[in-house]
Design a protein around this ligand. Structure first.
Ligand SMILES: [Mg+2]
Length: 184
């Protein structure tokens, strides 16, 4: 199992929201993923990364989206705003994700939040004291921070860069552990 824990957004991070088809209740019944996103989630699952969905929307929508792609098992846990009762950047979303993963204060250095929304994903991560990766694949949202709280730790342009960055962050954590063992 990998040391890095990935908290991930869904809409316009992996799923192209412009392609979403909804039923009369507003539940997403069909959607397309960005090129490279589907393979990346499957590869993270196969490589042993802990991927936690931390997303705003309805439980049924996310069930449909990931079932359609054969990726239902790519998240070890799902923290959905409909179930939690608040949306990001509310701390309750991030606290719930840490709770269901049995993570404490000392584990925060292992967590990184990945998302496309500065106001929700990045602000939420900064307030929690966890790192963040801003992915700007969609043009729907603002790409430049307006205040200090919106400044991400890392920025990637696409899922190829995201894949590479996650590998580097994992390697850094593994190296830190080796150095700590050497120094004790
Ligand atoms: Mg999003």
């Amino acid at each position: 199992l990998k040391k890095l824990i990935l908290f991930v957004d869904s809409g316009d991070t992996f799923v192209d929201e412009a392609t979403e088809v909804r039923d009369e209740n507003g539940t997403v019944v069909h959607s397309e993923m960005f090129p490279g996103a589907q393979g990346l989630l499957a590869d993270w699952r196969d490589a042993g990364y802990s991927v936690v969905l931390v997303a705003d929307g309805t439980v049924a929508s996310f069930e449909n989206i990931y079932q359609e792609k054969g990726l239902s098992d790519c998240f070890c846990k799902r923290v959905i705003s409909e179930a939690v009762g608040v949306c990001k950047p509310n701390a309750a979303m991030f606290e719930e994700a840490m709770r269901v993963m049995n993570l404490g204060e000392s584990d925060k250095k292992r967590i990184v939040m990945i998302g496309n929304n500065l106001e929700r994903d990045i602000v939420g991560a900064n307030r929690m004291g966890i790192r963040s990766i801003f992915i700007a694949v969609s043009n729907k949202r603002r790409k430049y921070p307006l205040c200090e709280e919106e400044i991400p730790t890392y920025v990637v342009k696409n899922h190829t860069e995201l894949r590479a960055l996650v590998e580097v962050l994992e390697m850094q954590l593994e190296n830190q552990d080796i150095l700590e063992i050497k120094n004790t």
